[in-house]
Write a protein that binds this ligand. Structure first.
Ligand code: B1M
Length: 221
């Protein structure tokens, strides 16, 4: 099977909610030497994007979305262990989660996957994360980067509260904070005092990998 067929097959498996097919094609991608990044981003994630558009146009409904995400995770489970780690002596620590009130976690999980792939050790707080859990985890794990996602306008305010909680605890300068998700813009990130926002998981990971170099190594001592 050609690479392009495998990639489009992965997209279709997600769109059609076929987990077995996604798993099989992900295994085939590895066997045929397809870049696992490409298989995740151009294959599986593309399928979720298509389903998102269909949902917006009322051509797909909740059960279809859940089946699609189930298929996507099936493929990701196969591919994620093969995303090549990019070097560095100590693994930088990422604390990641979805803002309180928001249970959408597909994009957050993609960001986690890509961040792990560029070398981060990810502390995943999950979805609908209480505001103070971010600072608590940051202190406990001596975090470098905090990544917060939300897909709903109604939960954007909680991102601001998360950033404020770092200032209130006096640890804002110890971490870099990235916020993202469909309604989030770089201007919004600036307005709430976060360091940046990026439009997709890959860009977020590349930014994080570079920005950690600016953090003083002894700042948590
Ligand atoms: Co819901 N949902 N949903 N949903 N859902 C949206 C987000 C919505 C836009 C649909 C709509 O109305 N058009 C809408 C929000 C409206 C708004 O506020 N503007 C909405 C709503 C309203 C709801 C409910 C309230 C519906 C209800 O119950 N009445 C409810 C939420 C309950 C809650 O959270 N408390 C709900 C529930 C669900 C499901 C559970 C069915 C399911 C989520 C399953 C899951 O995540 N496990 C779901 C889904 C799937 C969607 C849509 C269709 C798709 C979202 C998705 O996964 N996209 C979405 C409509 C849409 O997007 N077209 C919709 C694919 C994913 C890969 O993209 O997460 O955007 P995304 O991530 C992207 C980028 O945003 C970026 O990187 C990724 C690409 O690489 N990114 C970051 C993400 N995080 C980042 C962080 C970064 C940087 C980049 O740095 C930190």
């Amino acid at each position: 099977m050609e690479e392009s067929e495998i990639i489009s097959g992965l997209t279709n498996a997600v769109v059609n909610g076929k987990k077995d097919q996604a798993v099989e094609l992900a295994q085939q991608a590895l066997a045929e030497g397809v870049d696992p990044y490409k298989a995740v981003i151009d294959g599986l994630a593309k399928g979720m994007e298509i389903m998102g558009d269909r949902y917006d146009k009322k051509q797909a409904f909740m059960p279809h979305l859940l089946m699609a995400s189930n298929a996507m995770y099936g493929g990701m489970d196969v591919l994620t262990p093969h995303l090549k780690l990019e070097g560095g002596e100590r693994r930088a620590v990422l604390v990641i989660g979805t803002a309180e009130g928001d249970v959408h976690d597909i994009g957050k999980n993609l960001v986690k996957t890509m961040m792990s792939a560029v070398g981060f050790e990810a502390i995943d707080l999950g979805k609908d994360v209480p505001i103070n859990s971010f600072t608590e985890a940051a202190v406990e794990h001596k975090a470098d980067v905090i990544s917060v996602s939300t897909l709903m306008t109604s939960t954007m305010d909680n991102m601001e509260k998360i950033v404020k909680s770092f200032t209130e605890k006096g640890i804002r300068d110890k971490v870099k904070i990235i916020v993202g998700g469909a309604p989030i813009t770089p201007d919004y990130a600036d307005e709430i005092g976060a360091d940046t926002s990026k439009p997709d998981a890959m860009e977020a990971a590349h930014w994080a990998k570079e920005i950690v170099k600016e953090l003083p190594k002894d700042r948590w001592n």
